[in-house]
Each structure stands twice: as structure tokens, then as C-alpha cells.
Design a protein around this ligand. Structure first.
Ligand code: SOE
Length: 397
């Protein structure tokens, strides 16, 4: 038979080429379930050749109709309403926990005991004690583990890390970070994030955890914190569907002064009451030879000021568009200036995990592990303790 040339006879070109297939079990199908699934579907053809071809084996959620629709929408082969059934599915090799904070520990510990590799959304847990149990479970089982601090996978943030590794700024004096959003500034907003039993903490664990992780990733280990917290709206509609009101027992904002082991000092702030700030995760690092500054709302840009690199008449910051082919992750995307977005951080992060699994590589130091999640939780607990006791608290892992 004459060989036809074309997609009919060449066979359906399989996304991901010959990369090994790896089964994904996703807990949660809302915000993070959507962001992670979008990334799994892009990996086979955007991270070319991919480390692995994610197979969307199953998605899990409490609401049967909702999770069945999510399975259809995203292309999961099966859906479950009980995460225990998902973990019994032998085709699931990676357990992805995108559930609320109170559903992180038990399923992740069970997943580790079932030999599943794990990615769990941040914060790893509601408290350091809970996070420690999760860390010990993955250490016992030997599985790969990621705590999903996805902002480590912004090209500009990775570029900042590489510049710091090269010592471009010299001795570091300050790390100054804040994560501001506005959606809390309405008494009508009611959800699990406002109650300690489900969230652990408020803006601290939700937003502060990110800038605490970036401080550790870019500057080093904190030695102590001095902090205060504020709750501006004291009760909200019960998110459990009741008609009553429920006390808000977590922070709406926190302010902290931080001292690092390496002598740097700085400030950390997070709030959900910053009108006009949509997703303003910003940091600035001052060193003896210059400054680096970043703003997530302009995530393709890195502001860089280096002493002595310009004639005095041209002093000032350079606004680097981090999109050149030689910039981190940009070999996967477009010509320079064709900027990428928030969703792509998950493509990089999940690709990093799959590469670590298939090629037995370390997740650290560029990916955050459960150890990073645990240390983050210790720092969050210290901030709460400092605010409660009105004193500086030393960090002890
Ligand atoms: C809160 O609104 C939130 O969704 C965080 O939970 C995420 O971690 C952050 O990336 C965006 O804002």
C-alpha cells in the first residue's frame, strides 16, 4: 500500500513524544485544581521534550456533581468524592493536593505512606506541628515532595536568585517584602480562609507564606521576628452554609520585622485590605553593590540597580524585561518581549517535580520541599507568637 504522508498514516503524533507517562491524582478542582491541571496539560508540548507525560488519572472533590463536571472539563479519566479512593488507585503516581489547608495533612501523610510522590499547595499546613508530621511522613517514605511556592518559578525571581548566587549585590543588608491584595475589604466575603480551624492563619499563611519563602530562597534563614497582627472585620457569614455569623479568628494583616542569620534585616507585610492592590507580591533586596526589586503585578520585569555600572549622569535603576532566550525558563516560550503570565509558574514548577521524579533529581534548592514548607510554618507560628506575646521570637526549626 502506497504510504500516505500525513497525519492519517503517520499516526497521531503523541504529545510529549516518548517521555514516560505519569499518573496524576488531583485533590481539588477550584482555583488551584484549575491552575495545576492547566499546567499538566501544557507540559507535554511546551516543556519539549517533557520530562514526563502527565496522565490525568483522577480528580477528587466533595461535591459529586462538581467534581464530575471538573473531570469532564479537564479530561480526568475518573473522579472521586473520597481522597482515600483516589489514593487506592494504583494508576495515581503523583498526588497533587490543591485542597483547603485543613485537608493538607491527612491526605498527604496517607499519600506518602502509599508511596505516591506529592505536591501540596502552600501553606503546607495550619501549624508547624502539623507540617512536621507531613515532613516526617515523606522523609520516611522516600517519595519526592514539593510545597507549591510557585513564585520561585517566575523567570524574574529565578533570575534574581541566580544574580544573588553570583554575589552581584555583595553583602546583603535588607530584604523588604509585602504581599497586598484587596478582596478582604468587604464584609460580604465569607470563606474558609477566615477561620483558624480550616486555614490556620489568615493573610499570614495565605500571602505571608509566599514572601517568607522568597526571603529564605533569596536571602537566607531568618533568625528572629518581631510582629503584630490585625483583624479588621471581626465576624463574617458562616462559610459552612449556615445563616449565622462566625467569628474571624485569623489575621487580616500582619507586620513583621525580621532579622536573618547572615545579618540582613528587613520587613514583611501582608494584607487583604489594600484597595487597588490586586496581587501585589513585591520585594526589594539591598546589598552593598546594588538593589534588586520585583513586583508580581509586573512579573516579567526585574528592577536592577548596580553601583558603578553607569556614568554618574545615567545613574538609576534598569527595568530588565526578563524574557530573553537566555533567561530562566524562556527556552520553552516565545521570542523576547512576548511576555508570559502567572499560570506559567505552575508549568515550570510541576515540570520541575516530574523531572525530579523521572530522573531521580533533588527538588531543592530551586523547588520548595516539605522541609521548606515546615520551616515556613515555624516562621509563621513565630510571627503569631510574637504578635500574641508582644516580644521578639527567635526562630528554632
Ligand atoms: C489568595 O487570594 C491567593 O489565591 C493565594 O492563596 C495564592 O497562594 C496566591 O498565589 C494568590 O492569592
Amino acid at each position: 500500500m502506497s504510504e500516505q504522508v500525513g497525519f492519517l498514516t503517520m499516526g497521531a503524533a503523541r504529545a510529549g513524544g516518548d517521555a514516560p507517562e505519569i499518573g496524576i491524582g488531583m485533590l481539588g478542582y477550584a482555583f488551584m485544581g484549575k491552575a495545576h491541571t492547566n499546567a499538566y496539560k501544557k507540559i507535554p508540548y511546551m516543556l519539549w521534550p517533557p520530562p514526563a507525560r502527565p496522565r490525568l488519572v483522577a480528580v477528587c472533590g466533595r461535591n459529586e456533581a462538581g467534581v464530575a463536571e471538573a473531570a469532564r472539563r479537564y479530561g480526568y479519566e475518573r473522579h472521586y468524592t473520597d481522597w482515600r479512593e483516589l489514593l487506592r488507585d494504583d494508576r495515581v503516581q503523583v498526588f497533587d493536593n490543591g485542597g483547603p489547608n485543613n485537608v493538607h495533612a491527612e491526605p498527604c501523610i496517607a499519600a506518602a505512606e502509599a508511596g505516591k510522590h506529592i505536591i501540596c499547595e502552600k501553606p503546607l499546613a495550619r501549624t508547624a506541628a502539623e507540617a512536621k508530621e507531613m515532613l516526617q511522613a515523606v522523609q520516611r517514605s522516600g517519595v519526592k515532595h514539593v510545597c507549591a511556592f510557585n513564585y520561585r518559578f517566575v523567570p524574574a525571581v529565578r533570575q534574581a536568585r541566580l544574580l544573588l548566587e553570583q554575589g552581584v549585590l555583595g553583602r546583603i543588608f535588607h530584604f523588604r517584602a509585602r504581599y497586598l491584595q484587596e478582596w478582604g475589604n468587604s464584609p460580604d466575603v465569607a470563606q474558609w480562609r477566615y477561620h483558624a480551624e480550616t486555614a490556620g492563619s489568615g493573610a499570614l499563611g495565605d500571602l505571608g507564606a509566599h514572601i517568607i519563602d522568597l526571603g529564605r530562597f533569596l536571602v537566607g534563614e531568618p533568625r528572629s521576628v518581631s510582629a503584630l497582627t490585625a483583624t479588621f472585620i471581626k465576624e463574617r457569614q458562616d462559610p459552612g452554609g449556615g445563616t449565622g455569623m462566625k467569628a474571624v479568628d485569623v489575621d487580616d494583616a500582619f507586620e513583621a520585622v525580621v532579622e536573618f542569620e547572615n545579618g540582613a534585616v528587613g520587613t514583611l507585610e501582608a494584607s487583604r485590605f489594600a484597595p487597588g492592590r490586586k496581587n501585589a507580591n513585591t520585594f526589594e533586596i539591598n546589598g552593598e553593590r546594588g538593589t534588586i526589586a520585583f513586583n508580581l503585578e509586573r512579573l516579567n520585569e526585574l528592577e536592577v540597580y548596580l553601583e558603578g555600572t553607569s556614568p554618574k549622569e545615567a545613574q538609576g535603576f534598569r527595568d530588565v524585561l526578563v524574557s530573553e532566550s537566555f533567561h530562566p525558563f524562556w527556552e520553552h516560550w516565545w521570542p523576547q518581549g512576548h511576555i508570559i503570565g502567572w499560570e506559567h509558574t505552575f508549568v515550570h514548577e510541576l515540570g520541575h517535580l516530574l523531572d525530579a521524579i523521572v530522573n531521580n533529581k533533588d527538588v531543592a534548592p530551586y523547588g520548595a520541599t516539605f522541609e521548606d514548607g515546615y520551616k515556613n510554618a515555624v516562621i509563621c507560628d513565630a510571627i503569631i507568637q510574637s504578635a500574641r506575646e508582644g516580644r521578639r521570637v527567635e526562630i528554632a526549626y
